[in-house]
Design a binder for this molecule. Structure first.
Ligand code: UD1
Length: 341
């Protein structure tokens, strides 16, 4: 069995990726500091796959700790690095926390990858690196503009660090730029577990529908879009997860043309906030309590992906639609209530 190290493995995308890796025959070593996730994810993973991944509670901002754990698993064929803080508004409030956490952990992981000669590295990047792009859909070659938030800036810096590292090192890397991951595993065994009040749209919708929150505020309906609300590319988290398995296989089979390759992971479809709300109402039959409010600072008007590169090179395709994502997100919200999460 080939071994893969997954940092941030109890988090939202990390846990779904671990399931996908295990179902494709990999042994997974999961690292997390549990600051924004719960150990329950490991139980959910076990309920789906029949096996718990090996877990280390580790602070990746501590170089010694990081090296100690990676040293124990230096036979791994790759590291998938998810661990990072990801709230846009929180990053505006606490920029130093975001720079310190997201950059220090990346540097420690990369130094250990280099020291222990782990051949492959996959980095969680984000469509937020594009900023307010001039043209849509964005391709991997669309120029990166100014970051709209410290969070987005940490992803730009992270990409630059990996690109520069790759110029003189043998590790093979992939930067995956996620658009808006939503939904949960169809089994409702794992999903996103927001620690505080969520900032992201879909958990905000499901928490409102279940009565934890009072009302969804649509941040602006006066944008120059088809219904005035912002447009994003919402992609099912299981589709994102599977792309990591394919990315690792692509690197392991040496199909990459360059040491460092970039891929957009989006559906290619732009969907408005109001359309998301209506899709939720349609699949659940619930009338959502929402109102139109002012614009949110730092929001880009519209962004969606050109995903042709991932389709042709990784042989990746989306298997789920918006309605599937809304249905699974709702099932997961109900499950969390049952579990008291
Ligand atoms: C942003 C980043 C994304 C990153 C993610 C991490 C961009 C373009 N995208 O996503 O790369 O991975 O943060 O969290 O910067 N909305 C409401 N009401 C709400 C919540 C959201 O109307 O209560 C709207 C927002 O204005 C936005 C859309 O819903 O138009 C999606 O927002 P959200 O889920 O927070 O994600 P992004 O900000 O797009």
């Amino acid at each position: 069995m080939q071994k893969v190290i997954v940092t941030g493995g109890t988090g939202y995308i990390g846990s779904h990726t671990i399931v996908d890796l295990m179902q494709n025959g990999y042994e997974v070593i999961c690292l997390d500091n549990l600051s924004r996730s719960k150990e329950y994810a490991l139980t959910g993973i076990e309920n789906i796959t029949g096996k718990k991944p090996v877990f280390y509670h580790v602070n990746l901002c501590d170089k010694n700790e990081t090296f100690r754990v990676i040293n124990e698993h230096k036979d791994a064929i790759g590291v998938i690095h998810f661990a990072a803080l990801k709230s846009v508004p929180e990053s505006v409030e606490k920029p130093l926390l975001y720079y310190a956490n997201n950059i220090d952990s990346l540097l420690n992981i990369l130094m250990s990858v280099k020291t222990f000669n782990i051949p492959n590295f996959v980095f969680s990047s984000s469509c937020s690196v594009y900023g307010n792009a001039d043209e849509l859909p964005v391709t991997e070659n669309t120029p990166v503009k100014d970051a709209e938030s410290p969070y987005a800036h940490t992803k730009q810096i992270g990409e630059d660090i990996i690109r520069n590292y790759e110029k003189t090192n043998d590790t093979q890397s992939i930067l995956l730029r996620y658009f808006n991951p939503i939904g949960a595993h169809p089994s409702a065994e794992i999903g996103e577990i927001p620690i505080d009040t969520p900032n992201n749209l879909v958990p905000y919708i499901t928490q409102t529908a279940i009565g934890k929150l009072e009302q969804v505020v649509v941040f602006g309906d006066d944008y120059s879009t088809r219904d005035g609300s912002c447009i994003r590319d919402y992609i099912h988290v299981c589709d994102i997860a599977h792309a990591h398995t394919l990315a690792l296989q692509y690197l392991a089979e040496k199909r990459n043309a360059n040491n460092c390759e970039v891929f957009n992971l989006g559906t290619g479809n732009g969907v408005s906030v109001l359309e998301v709300i209506h899709a939720f109402e349609k699949v659940t039959g619930i009338k959502l309590n929402y109102k139109i409010g002012p614009r949110r600072a730092g929001d880009v008007v519209a962004v969606f992906a050109d995903n042709k590169k991932a389709a042709s090179e990784l042989k990746w395709e989306c298997k789920y639609f918006l309605e599937d994502a809304m249905e699974s997100a709702w099932k997961w919200e109900l499950k969390m209530k049952e579990l008291g999460l």
